[in-house]
Ligand binder design. Structure first.
Ligand SMILES: [Zn+2]
Length: 229
């Protein structure tokens, strides 16, 4: 018996639409400010280097990686990776993204509680992300939904918790980024708004991910209640 629940769409579509809207907004803001050069003339790589060195993080390397917006800070390697566009770019967008990723390195250095907590739950979240869909479908195929639903709910709660913790970590990294950019004179007063627009748009994609996770979790909880009746 194949199982399709139209109610699921009610829970999934709002998160999906929000996600698409956030991606469009990010694409728009990033595209716009990738064409606006910073007055200071620094590249994203130079920006990150400057912020890291200023914080005494001379041992954190800044490396170039392929892909669009593939920029990230790797806490295990204690290294910062910037996409070519942001590594080489001398634009408001490149400098903003590079500063944001440096912000994560600053969080790590400061042992910022939520950053550490997020890092600690990465392995269990990765496992939960892989496991929940499989468990759910096994439950449907073998008619064991009642038994597997509590497990699905727990695994999805872990995913939701991860998204919930990610949000303040991302906003905090952007806050640290802007603080350093202005303190070190890497962006001018009139370039602030552009940096904020790019970083706020990026943060919105995490808001969308959180909303999607919460709605999915609510769906599984609803399903569990209905299956008990
Ligand atoms: Zn980030």
């Amino acid at each position: 018996m194949f199982f399709f629940d139209p109610v699921w769409l009610l829970f999934v579509i709002p998160g999906l639409l929000l996600g698409i809207w956030a991606q469009i907004k990010l694409s728009h803001a990033y595209g716009k400010y990738s064409r606006v050069n910073v007055e200071s003339g620094v590249t994203g790589a130079e920006t990150a280097r400057e912020i890291l060195d200023h914080a005494g993080l001379n041992n954190v390397p800044v490396e170039e990686i392929p892909g669009r917006l593939s920029d990230h800070y790797d806490p295990a390697k204690r290294a910062l990776f910037l996409s070519s566009e942001n590594f080489r770019g001398r634009t408001v967008a490149a400098v903003g993204v590079a500063a944001h990723e440096s912000g994560h390195a600053l969080q790590h250095q400061a042992a910022y509680g939520l950053f550490n907590f997020r890092m600690a739950i990465v392995p269990v979240t990765q496992f939960a992300s892989m496991a929940y869909a499989g468990i759910f479908f096994v439950g449907i195929i073998f008619g064991l939904l009642k038994i597997v639903l509590p497990i699905v709910i727990v695994t999805f709660a872990i995913i939701t918790l991860f998204q919930l913790v990610t949000l303040p970590v991302e906003y905090d990294a952007s806050r640290r980024a802007k603080e350093q950019l202005f303190r070190l004179g890497l962006v001018r007063e009139d370039e602030r708004a552009g940096v904020s627009k790019v970083l706020d748009a990026a943060a919105l994609t995490y808001v969308a991910a959180l909303v999607s996770a919460i709605l999915n979790l609510l769906y599984y909880i609803t399903l569990s209640r209905n299956s008990r009746n």
